[in-house]
Design a protein around this ligand. Sequence first.
Ligand code: SAM
Ligand code: SF4
Ligand code: SF4
Length: 363
Amino acid sequence: MQESDEPQLPAEATAVGGAAFDGLPGVADALGRALRDLRISVTDRCNFRCPYCMPAEIFGRDFAFLPHAQVLTLEEIARLAAVFAAIGARKLRITGGEPLVRRDLPVLVAQLAALRTPDGGPLDLTLTTNGSGLLPLAVPLAEAGLARITVSLDSLDDAVFGAMNGVDFPVSRVLDGIAAARSAGLAPIKINTVVRRGLNEASILPLARWARDEGLVLRFIEYMDVGHSNGWRLDDVVSADEILAVLGAAWPLEPLAADYRGEVAGRYRYLDGGGEVGVIASVTRPFCGDCTRARLAADGMLYTCLFAGSGLDLKTPLRAGASDGELAALIRATWSARADRYSELRSAATSRLPKIEMFALGG
Ligand code: SAM
Ligand code: SF4
Ligand code: SF4
């Protein structure tokens, strides 16, 4: 923190409008949505080459990832996160790229775990990872204050998973990481599965059976037109309805109410008591109306939508000595003007608009 342990915000930088959204103080955007979640990308690099995110033919050895000098330091990330918390963010998700390839990640986790909401409570701190590096890091992350974790896993079959991760990474090592996370006390453990037609539909039932047996919260994600590298086609999307039909035929389901306003996963309960399962249906059931998420990229750019083509540079003022109040005012002004609703407007034309790649702006 530059000036004190808590950001000191001038009156105009503190938030207004968020209470109308969910009853909590905070800044509201042009469509009345509060800023509640901050996704923090700690790196644009990754050891996987999932074809739906960083296809190997585009992101080869010569690809120019961010030079280290352009990447926010852990201290800079923690300082910005504190400013977001002071203006109403309540949930922090560490992501990337692959966050576990960032050196000293537990140091950042400890700094973020120490942050408080304006009313003095802890923030909801979590992390999304491909799980490949989780085995040695689960305990240090939990000890640093990480409460829970999401692991992406697209199949339990090595051949299918190898095609989905692009580097033939074996399923067993991700499962070892998940077991380590469980032993370290991270709970709940959520599993994210992107379903892409022609690649892993046959993995839906085995993954669901495994998650039921293991007590894991599985969420299937519709394949999205993020960035421009993945060659997305609507035909490749397996819809939430299709996924739920496959699941429901094996184990009847009933919908559950959302836990909170802004929850992205549609949640379902297995009627036989086998737990719950979710679908994140950004393509067929857009949820922009409740979208409370901001994204801080590894280079300090702030994006207000997963499909953004431009953002706000926070690194330059940060490194030029801006106060917490000045940074808060910049964020507040950007969020107040936000009118993003890409998924609700999705069409062939919007799909062609300039978009930042997902690994770069934080998934
Ligand atoms: N590397 C980490 C991981 O894979 O979990 C974190 C970053 S990744 C960009 C975050 C999430 O976005 C992952 O669950 C991944 O499966 C998902 N994702 C990436 N590209 C996607 C796409 N085109 N459509 C839907 N989900 C996608
Ligand atoms: Fe890496 Fe995650 Fe993107 Fe896969 S989805 S390439 S693991 S950042
Ligand atoms: Fe939020 Fe943009 Fe996704 Fe809509 S398209 S839910 S505004 S991130």
